[in-house]
Design a protein around this ligand. Structure first.
Ligand code: NAD
Ligand code: ZN
Ligand code: ZN
Length: 348
């Protein structure tokens, strides 16, 4: 089959690789129809995150049709249209039972093979899905494949960021980073009742989408974002800050933006060894800080009605759709934010 393969820093290419096959009786093989490129893929691409074997099939966002199901799979049959969270989960361990499916004891991240162990990704014609009954989700009626693609990662993750910030009606919230995930976090904050949402980035197309979803855009390259947010909140700062970047500078900005007693909720993937602000600084603000990987499998079902309401045109953030063969170009455009790119979807 053809797949987007990682071959080193800033190097991916569409190559022929062996077809995956059913390895366990609980596996399903999915024929991929759409595959997203995520900001998380860029951590690998730019070698901020290290350890991935060369030759790994990239990607963890996909929807498609079941091509083959292992003999112990009960919920899925050949031909079913499915969406998929970006990690697998068993549905039965301590973490799955408390809704933290992203920390499943048997869970694996799609598109992460290290030292020959792990799971290949979904930017491919075919992908093997282990623990299929408790990982895959049938694409509901009234939910398009593109919407299903967003549910499997970025919409769930944006919602997770908002939920973790104790989001509730009336509060003032700042979102640091308006990439695809930040935009989903903005929509989620508004859906959950935020009174004001300040959207901070420096890329005009992304700030425009943020505004379309109902946020107040702030270009931090042109303005003092912290001063503007404080001014709008009687000098206090935001009740909740959603940090959707994953860098020390974004961390520092989030710290400056939050009011005493407020919450910083982080879904940006961090690869630095230390915090960008001190325990003393956290103490002095009575800070609550939450961070981590989104349990997408747990949240996807809850979000289906939000998608079906169509209050937000989530799919409008997808700026580029292209054949899988052009994946290398897709990575370049998304990584360098060229051509007004906000999100790339590959079509095998
Ligand atoms: P992206 O790279 O497209 O978007 C990041 C945005 O942040 C860009 O628009 C950029 O201009 C902006 N930015 C960079 N530095 C900034 C700063 N200092 N202040 C404000 N804005 C800044 O990526 P994405 O797809 O939106 O993903 C965002 C983050 O979410 C990534 O770190 C990704 O790995 C992470 N992520 C986490 C999870 C999870 O489960 N926790 C899931 C999906 C993605
Ligand atoms: Zn992702
Ligand atoms: Zn589990």
């Amino acid at each position: 089959m053809k797949a987007i393969v990682f071959t080193g820093k800033e190097k991916v290419s569409c190559e022929r690789v062996p077809d995956p096959r059913i390895e366990q009786s609980t596996d399903v093989l999915v024929q991929v129809e759409l595959a997203g490129i995520c900001g998380s893929d860029l951590h690998v691409y730019f070698a901020r995150e290290q350890g991935l074997d060369h030759g790994t099939v990239m990607g963890h966002e996909f929807v498609g049709r079941v091509l083959e199901a292992g003999k112990d799979v009960l919920q899925f049959r050949k031909g079913d249209l499915v969406m998929c969270p970006f990690t697998t989960s068993c549905g039965n361990c301590f973490y799955c039972r408390i809704g933290l499916t992203s920390r499943c004891e048997r869970g694996q991240l799609f598109g992460w093979v290290e030292g020959d162990a792990g799971l290949h990704g979904g930017q491919a014609e075919l992908v093997r899905v282990p623990l299929a009954d408790t990982t895959l989700v049938h694409l509901p009626e009234d939910v398009s494949p593109l919407e299903g693609l967003l549910l499997g990662d970025i919409l769930s993750t944006g919602y997770f960021a908002a939920k973790n910030s104790d989001m509730r009606p009336g509060i003032a919230c700042a979102v640091v980073g308006c990439g695809p995930v930040g935009l989903m976090a903005i929509a989620s904050a508004i859906e959950l009742g935020a009174r004001r949402v300040f959207a901070i980035d420096r890329i005009p197309e992304r700030l425009q989408l943020a505004q379309k979803f109902g946020a107040e855009p702030i270009d931090f390259a042109e303005n003092d974002a912290v001063a503007l947010v404080r001014e709008a909140t009687d000098g206090r700062g935001a009740d909740a800050v959603l940090e959707v970047v994953g860098s020390a500078s974004a961390s520092q900005m989030a710290y400056k933006l939050v009011r005493p007693g407020g919450v910083i909720s982080v879904v940006g993937v961090h690869t630095e060894p230390t915090f960008a602000f001190s325990p003393e600084a956290a103490y002095n603000k009575n800070l609550t800080y939450k961070i981590g990987r989104c349990p997408a499998r747990h949240l996807m079902g809850q979000l289906v009605p939000v998608v079906q309401k169509r209050r937000f045109d989530f799919v409008s953030i997808i700026s580029h759709q292209m054949p899988l063969d052009d994946g290398k170009i897709g990575y370049r455009i998304f990584a360098n934010k060229e051509d007004g790119c906000t999100k790339v979807v590959l079509k095998p």
